[in-house]
Design a protein. Structure first.
Length: 465
């Protein structure tokens, strides 16, 4: 773990009188505890009051009635969909894609920036401190979409991973998107490499990282999958794609490749500890064993899976096998709320509808999925995702003494099973970005107006064809 700045000079923030759920390896919790933030790191934490005689304390927070947790980590999203919410509300995945690709294929740089602002704002005000965006729609002449998205995240103050997506299988090749909205193999690889070179930061406290992320087996060529994996490993970055989301996808893989999705991924170099897949709903025992053996990660998106009637991912079995699992919002055209903190509850409830029933997940397992599990999936488990000395100061204070939670004695149960808890304060890299449920880094009302206008502009352009 990289050392923090000179402890004699760094400014400190002291947080006291709160319950603390560290989500460390031992699941340490304090009913009444404290944290000391030194610059962008967690310096110390524990039961009771903070140590006396701390130097350079610039702020003290009395967090009575609150629970402190690591900041939430979102492992799968499509920001651009913020401006196409509420459409195709009764479709399965393939029909939904067919209905929406003609609209998505008209996005431009201005729309992408606005949609990213909306997506990030909704997550940040709900406790997300590390976000990611899988952006794979790059219409010709649309402008610098990756730059627009990264700029929005930087302005919001959220730690961010851009999964630079790609598609090279358009309608003429049997794919779903219009041909003008896909890239050639060479163009996709070149643009992805350029994005990594321009924006990826490999440092311990990086605010922006980039992953290589061809969209899905049914929207990209085998050569793009294979060369994408080789590119990512040559550049030293992570790999991300969609996998095993629907029964239709499994049928497609068998018909086109003569094997199921997991075997196909392995044949193209897409299993490994540097890989994470979105969804993984339709996984058999052999698939789960392959993911566990290779430490391939999973982004579990319970609300989107329910919205598109994709099914229930076998999360309890994955966790038992040792598969790294985090939570994802997924695109807000299939999860209109756009919030991750509600996914804690939905993950627990949806998985209890499966074969494990009440033993599927506990409240603390759900919180771990949304924090340390997500950080590990993004390759940042040594830096964030739990409250431990030396880790980055990414944390949230949840208000639990209001009417929605005050009669629940267990604060973790209150957070996961209760109503969506208000965020009194959210810190990223030691900087507070939310106060009393409102963003400190952006004008929420202005974002609401801009995203509404861009949604209407996109609808008008799509209607005109």
């Amino acid at each position: 773990m990289a050392p923090p700045a000179d402890p004699r000079a760094v400014e400190r923030t002291v947080i006291e009188n709160c319950a603390v759920a560290t989500v460390d390896a031992a699941g340490t919790e304090y009913a009444d505890g404290h944290l000391v933030l030194a610059g962008n790191r967690i310096e110390s934490l524990g039961a009771g009051k903070a140590p006396e005689n701390l130097r350079n304390v610039v702020r003290r927070i009395d967090a009575t009635g609150h629970l402190a947790t690591p900041g939430l980590v979102n492992t799968h999203h499509h920001f651009y969909q913020w401006i196409t919410r509420g459409l195709a509300t009764d479709h399965n995945l393939f029909d939904w894609l067919v209905a929406l690709y003609p609209t998505w294929s008209r996005i431009d740089e201005q729309m992408a920036h606005a949609a990213a602002q909306g997506s990030l704002a909704m997550m940040a005000r709900g406790g997300v401190t590390t976000a990611m965006d899988h952006h794979y729609v790059f219409p010709r002449g649309a402008g610098d979409l990756s730059g627009a998205i990264i700029s929005a995240a930087a302005d919001m103050g959220v730690r961010f991973t851009l999964a630079r997506g790609s598609m090279d299988r358009g309608e003429k090749d049997g794919g779903l998107p219009p041909d003008f909205a896909v890239e050639s193999l060479d163009d996709a690889l070149a643009a992805t490499e350029e994005t990594v070179a321009r924006h990826h930061d490999a440092s311990f406290d990086a605010m922006t990282q980039v992953a290589v992320a061809p969209c899905s087996p049914f929207s990209v060529s085998t050569e793009l999958m294979r060369q994408g994996a080789e590119l990512a490993r040559r550049l030293g970055v992570r790999l991300h794609t969609h996998g095993s989301e629907t029964v239709e996808e499994e049928k497609f893989c068998h018909e086109l490749f003569g094997m199921g999705p997991t075997d196909y991924f392995e044949s193209t170099g897409w299993l490994g500890e540097d890989v994470w897949m979105a969804h993984c709903v339709h996984m058999n025992d052999s698939d789960i064993a392959a993911f566990a053996r290779t430490r391939t990660g999973v982004a579990h998106c319970p609300s989107s899976n329910a919205r598109l009637a994709a099914g229930i991912a076998r999360v309890p079995d994955m966790l038992a096998a040792g598969v790294p699992v985090g939570l994802g919002v997924d695109g807000t055209a299939s999860n209109e709320s756009g919030e991750l903190h509600t996914e804690l509850r939905n993950a627990l409830l949806v998985n209890r509808l499966g074969p494990h029933r009440e033993a599927a997940l506990t409240a603390r397992q759900a919180l771990r999925l949304g924090t340390l599990g997500g950080a590990q999936v993004l390759g940042r488990g040594d830096q964030t995702g739990s409250l431990e000395p030396g880790k980055l100061a990414d944390l949230v204070l949840w208000k639990l003494d209001g009417i929605g939670h005050s009669s629940i004695a267990d604060p973790v149960a209150a957070l996961v099973l209760g109503a969506a808890a208000p965020v009194t304060a959210s810190f990223v890299n030691g900087r507070q970005i939310v106060e009393d449920g409102r963003l400190l880094t952006a004008d929420e009302d202005a974002i609401a107006r801009t995203t509404r206008d861009e949604a209407r502009r996109l609808a008008r352009i799509a209607a005109e064809g």
